[in-house]
Design a protein around this ligand. Structure first.
Ligand SMILES: [Cu+2]
Length: 313
């Protein structure tokens, strides 16, 4: 059976929003695949360890109270054991998050008890190497109560995952200690959405003047926090961990530690087209890949930031 096709089909279904109040069970299947993937807009390839063959792995989306029936399959071509640590799960690290050998599978079930945006990552030894080589992704847990005055419905949604790129062949110890650091990846690529910094960047985030755009942000760096700022804008609201109860207003720069997430709303001026650059204001990160341009204009692609286009690729 083609596990990747199965998991993508299931995840496609999971992306459809459930009606408020209904509790569902989501069958989610993800494969650990060691493969070459492009790490920039020029198509330069790097041997990475991935979930479902891409960095980051697929977006999993459920509602608070839902059950996730999860299956991790470690591809038979893998050289390494891998595991799956969902930060949205309350389970046993020794059982559910145990390593899976090449060619083997493991299933476990959890309920998504807390709303928010959570990282998932491989926890196999050495964990820093497995994360730095690309084994991470996002699970969004929408609040059970749905949208509210405190957590308004956005016009568009994007998922941004930031990670490290280390020089090829870096040892686990070098990665852990921060040596051989090369660049920042946004959704798996250096300057993925920044034609300002990379003329080969063909994608940007888009919205229309006056729209509320929601960014589900996760920091998958091994060691370093991110300082998220929307250049030429102000975060209208920020929810720490993406939980509607953890709201802050009118923020300029918000620190997101490694293996954490936050939800950021940007409301564009409604009287003119504007552009913002969402940066990790830690300049070492910004100037080495962590810039994402968002353009607000009347001709914005109506499909971007909606349905299954939360992670433009
Ligand atoms: Cu792994």
């Amino acid at each position: 059976m083609n596990h990747r096709a199965v998991s993508l089909a299931l995840l496609g279904g999971a992306l459809l929003a459930a009606p408020a109040g209904a509790q569902e069970t989501h069958r989610v299947e993800i494969s650990a695949v060691e493969t070459d993937v492009p790490i920039d807009n020029s198509g330069n390839m790097r041997h990475m360890w991935t979930f479902d063959g891409a960095v980051p792995g697929p977006v999993v989306r459920v509602r608070q109270g839902d059950t996730v029936d999860f299956r991790l399959h470690n591809d038979s071509e893998s050289q390494e054991s891998h595991s799956m640590d969902f930060h949205a799960a309350r389970v046993d690290v020794l059982e559910e998050f145990a390593e899976v050998s090449p060619g083997e599978s493991k299933e476990y079930t959890f309920t998504a008890d807390y709303p928010g945006v959570f990282i998932y990552h491989c926890g196999a030894d050495a964990m820093s190497e497995h994360i730095a080589r690309g084994m991470y992704g996002v699970i969004i847990v929408d609040p059970a109560e749905g949208y509210s005055e405190q957590y308004p419905e956005p016009d568009r949604e994007y998922v941004l995952v930031q990670g490290d790129l280390f020089e090829a062949g870096s040892s686990p110890d070098a990665i852990t200690m921060g040596r051989n650091w090369e660049a920042s990846l946004i959704n798996g690529k250096v300057f993925h959405y920044s034609p300002v910094h990379d003329p080969n960047a063909s994608l940007v985030l888009e919205g229309k003047p006056g729209e509320r755009v929601r960014i589900f942000y996760v920091n998958a760096n091994v060691n370093e926090s991110a300082a998220l700022h929307p250049i030429a804008g102000i975060w209208d609201r920020v929810w720490d961990n993406g939980n509607p109860k953890n709201v802050r207003h009118g923020m300029q720069t918000v620190e997101v530690p490694p293996a954490h997430g936050a939800v950021f709303d940007l409301v564009a001026p409604d009287d003119r087209p504007t552009n913002n650059a969402i940066v990790d204001h830690r300049m070492r990160h910004a100037l080495n890949g962590a810039v994402s341009v968002i353009m607000f204009h009347d001709d914005a692609d109506p499909d971007l930031g909606r349905g299954d286009k939360l992670t433009p690729r």
